[in-house]
Each structure stands twice: as structure tokens, then as C-alpha cells.
Design a protein. Structure first.
Length: 452
């Protein structure tokens, strides 16, 4: 018989416990035991997927190797989503994440892989309910949303991770070891470029540099367009927005910079100890207020950090890229996308030291930075009481803010003024002291019925 002072340990409390002593015996959860090849049912997270037709399906596939998938939610029950439903026949199915969270009381963690404009409202709802959250990149649609999510995750003490999977790779770790070893000396410039939104010479991943369509085809029977729209302005449905092609529209996406920046900037921020820029400049092909430009260049200036000098980080998209430096001799390919570190002794293009004479003489340090167990695995372990994941919101929030500040510098409303001054950012007041009219683009007024 239990004493009246005995306390019932909930399943969620048990998940966060590394070992439980009972009657002199120690019961060790399976995740703490190497080599067993299984996970005890009581030690599995109950995970819900929100937005499962695209990247979310891959997130679920990885997490399902060790955890329970108990609920699935998507606003469009297309054939693609129906195929994901079939993979998890025991999972409950929903179109509205709010209904799902109300009904499924035993959810421990959620994966948010919806279009950018709904990341924040969904993630915040889950955080406030005490759920652990994995949110695809970019973390949010606006700078303000990124700040609010970061603070909320800290307040509610939940495990978080943004979906910039490359941060878990060994390549960035080896690069960090080289740069911290002084392989190319002090670094004052970094260039990052991508061909997105281009897929090739005659095709694009999604439309940019175009006006909003005017025709109004019928909404597909499988799609709840109101739920897709969420906090954004309600527009007539069009296949130019969904499926997938939402990324280039200001209402729903964050353009090429939002798509790639949280990947490409991550290792740069870690290696060079960056956080917030002090000023941003932007220039682009002509913009129209509906979609992102076909090509753009954004320059961020960061202050000195310890013994590291001030840094200029330059971004190029739409097929634009930096000029070839003298160290990049003929025959060395810049590529459609890449990262170039410029130091006082030489440069690093990808993982290649240049000039070649430097690569021939430099001895790379022995690896010392610990490998990751895997990007999503980091989050799973954090949910169970382990170390914070590598791209938890304390890290991913400021990174996302910086990425999205670049999109503000490209706003058509600021184009003329940006031609004769930089945009200065104050992270403490979350404002632009030298251009107050830019503050409005840190966030936007949600559609009626939606709050953060």
C-alpha cells in the first residue's frame, strides 16, 4: 500500500530521469545504455508533427527511429500528406494544430515544419503548453518573433532546436579548428553566396521578382486555405503560393536569404563568435512589394570580439557571387554556392586553403571538437534531460534575427534611403536608431484572431 506521502511519477518526469533507484536496484533507461539496440517504451517521447508534407516528413522519419509518433497535423491532406499518414497508422490526424494540442494531452514534443509565416505562432503555442519544440529554419518570419520565441523557450524551460542540420556535421568543426589555429590569420571578411531561388538557367525553385497573381482558381478540396494563411493577410488562393512555392512571397516566406542563411551563417557565427550586427546594407534587382527580388546583396558589419577584429559579412543570392580574389587562381571553381573566409595570411574557399603554397605547408590540427550524435538526436537527448541541442533557440534566435535583418534592408520602402546610409541596429531596444521608419518591418500586425 502506498503511503499518503508517496508521489506518483508521471511518464514525462520519468523520461527526464537518467536512472531510478527502486528497492536497492538501479533501473537505467535504454537511452542511457549503449549497445542495447532498443529503447524502452516508457522512455520514448510522444512526438507530434505539424506540417508533414515536405521537410517535416524527413524530420519525422528520423525521430520515429526511437520515439513514438502520436499525432500528425497538416492544413492540406494532399496525396503527399496521405502517404505520410500511412507511415504512422496509429497517429491521430488533424488540420488545426490548436485542436490537436487541446485533444492530445500526452504529447511531449512537436516538430514544426510549416511555411515560415506560421513557425512562430505554432511554436509559441507549443512552448506555452510545456512541449519541447523542433522548428525548421528560419526559426521565424520576423525579427520580433525570433526574439519572443527565444525568451519564451527560456522561460518555460523546454528543449528546442532549429532545423539547420548542417551545424551537426564534422566539416564545420574541422573548419573551426583550422581557423582558431590561425590557418589564415585574422579574418575581417566573409562572403556567402547561393544561386537560390534559381534551379538552373531556365528554372527556379520558387517565384521571385514577380507581382502577385490576379486570377483566382478554386481552392483544392484537400486544403484549408484559411489555416494555411494563419496570421498573414488573407489573399485568394493560388498555386503560385502553395504547395511549396510560398517561400518567395513576402506574406509567407523569407526568400533565398531565409532559406539558406540559417545554414550558411551558422558555422561563421560559431567560428567567429558573432551575434548581432551593428549595421546592415542591402541592394538588389528591382523590388515590387509582393515578392523578394530576383537577386540581392546584403552586407552586415559586426564589431570586434575579444582579440577578433571587426568583420564584414557579405551575402549574395540569385546567382550573384563575390569577385575572384588573387588567391583564387584560374581553374579553382567558385561554384553556384559557397563560403569564402578572407584572412590576413590567405583565404579558405569551402575547405580549401589558398594560395596553394599555404595549403602545401599548413599542418591541420588534430581534431578535438566532439562530434554530434546527429542534429535531431541532439534535440531528442535534450528533451530527455541531456545537454542543450546545438541550435537551441538561445543560439538560433539571434542567428535568425541577423538573417532576417538582411531582408529588412531589402524592403522596397527603404530602397532610396538605403542608397545613402546603412541601417544601424540596436539589439537592446530592438530598433533602428538612425532610421525609425524601418522599425515597422521588425514585425507586422497579425490577421484578426491570431496572436503570438
Amino acid at each position: 500500500m502506498k503511503s499518503e506521502n508517496s508521489k506518483r511519477i508521471s511518464r514525462r518526469e520519468f523520461i527526464g530521469t537518467s536512472a531510478l533507484a527502486i528497492g536497492g536496484l538501479t533501473l537505467v533507461p535504454a537511452h542511457a545504455v549503449a549497445g542495447l539496440g532498443h529503447v524502452a517504451p516508457s522512455d520514448k517521447l510522444n512526438v507530434a508533427g505539424i506540417g508533414i508534407g515536405g521537410m517535416g516528413s524527413g524530420d519525422l522519419e528520423d525521430v520515429a527511429k526511437t520515439e513514438n509518433i502520436v499525432a500528425l497535423c497538416d492544413v492540406d491532406w494532399s496525396s503527399q500528406v496521405e502517404n505520410v499518414f500511412k507511415l504512422y497508422p496509429k497517429a491521430q490526424r488533424y488540420k488545426d494544430y490548436r485542436v490537436m494540442l487541446d485533444r492530445e494531452k500526452d504529447i511531449d514534443a512537436v516538430i514544426v515544419a510549416t511555411p515560415d509565416h506560421t513557425h512562430a505562432v505554432i511554436s509559441m503555442e507549443a512552448i506555452r503548453r510545456g512541449k519541447h519544440v523542433y522548428t525548421e529554419k528560419p526559426l521565424t518570419h520576423t525579427v520580433y518573433e525570433a526574439r519572443m520565441l527565444t525568451e519564451a523557450a527560456r522561460k518555460h524551460n523546454v528543449a528546442t532546436q532549429m532545423g539547420n542540420q548542417g551545424q551537426a556535421g564534422d566539416g564545420p568543426r574541422r573548419l573551426q579548428e583550422m581557423i582558431h589555429d590561425g590557418a589564415i590569420g585574422a579574418i575581417e571578411e566573409v562572403h556567402v553566396w547561393t544561386d537560390r531561388p534559381n534551379r538552373g538557367l531556365s528554372d527556379t525553385y520558387w517565384p521571385q521578382g514577380v507581382k502577385r497573381p490576379e486570377d483566382m482558381p478554386p481552392v483544392p478540396e484537400t486544403l484549408d486555405w484559411d489555416l494555411f494563411t494563419g496570421p498573414a493577410p488573407l489573399r485568394p488562393y493560388h498555386p503560385s503560393y502553395h504547395p511549396f512555392r510560398w517561400r518567395g512571397w513576402l506574406d509567407y516566406g523569407t526568400g533565398a536569404l531565409g532559406d539558406i542563411g540559417c545554414h550558411s551563417f551558422d558555422s561563421i557565427f560559431r567560428i567567429l563568435k558573432l551575434k548581432y550586427p551593428i549595421s546592415i546594407q542591402g541592394t538588389s534587382t528591382l523590388v515590387n512589394g509582393d515578392s523578394f527580388p530576383l537577386g540581392s546583396m546584403v552586407t552586415y558589419d559586426f564589431p570586434a570580439r575579444g582579440d577578433m577584429p571587426p568583420l564584414r559579412l557579405s551575402w549574395y543570392d540569385g546567382g550573384l557571387r563575390p569577385p575572384r580574389l588573387a588567391e583564387i587562381v584560374p581553374g579553382v571553381e567558385m561554384g553556384a554556392g559557397g563560403v569564402l573566409y578572407v584572412g590576413t595570411k590567405g583565404v579558405i574557399l569551402g575547405d580549401r586553403l589558398l594560395p596553394q603554397s599555404l595549403d602545401d605547408t599548413y599542418k591541420r590540427p588534430e581534431p578535438y571538437l566532439k562530434s554530434s550524435p546527429g542534429h535531431r538526436q541532439e534535440w531528442i537527448l535534450a528533451c530527455k534531460g541531456g545537454d542543450p541541442a546545438g541550435s537551441n533557440f538561445d543560439w538560433a534566435g539571434p542567428l535568425t534575427e541577423t538573417v532576417l535583418l538582411g531582408n529588412i534592408a531589402l524592403r522596397p520602402e527603404l530602397r532610396e534611403k538605403m542608397s545613402y546610409q546603412s541601417l544601424n541596429f540596436d539589439p537592446e531596444t530592438l530598433s533602428f536608431p538612425n532610421m525609425p521608419e524601418a522599425d515597422q518591418f521588425l514585425h507586422y500586425e497579425y490577421r484578426s484572431g491570431w496572436t503570438l
